[in-house]
Design a protein around this ligand. Structure first.
Ligand SMILES: [Zn+2]
Length: 91
């Protein structure tokens, strides 16, 4: 997919300091749209306006999925490294 350059900074996000989540600010009604709200329908749940997909929006929707996937992949490895580490400290 390719996007026009002027659409790159289209959306604003609200970052929550206590959560890793962030909310998309709807450009029409300035409502806080959570990722779950637009995971299947790219539409603001407050004003029902369609949100134009760009790389910001794609990143917002897909990033947590990718992070979870990386976390799950990564969590398979620490045990292996711990075993190696204990071998070294013993020897
Ligand atoms: Zn809206």
């Amino acid at each position: 997919m390719s996007y026009s350059p002027e659409s790159i900074e289209k959306y604003k996000f609200k970052h929550f300091s206590n959560l890793r989540e962030k909310a998309l600010i709807c450009p029409k009604c300035f409502g806080m749209v959570m990722r779950d709200d637009i995971e299947f329908f790219i539409k603001c749940p407050f004003c029902n306006s369609s949100l134009e997909m760009n790389n910001q929006l794609e990143d917002y929707i897909l990033k947590p999925v990718i992070e979870q996937w990386i976390y799950r992949q990564g969590s398979a490895f620490p045990e292996i490294y711990l075993d190696v580490g204990s071998d070294i400290s013993r020897g």
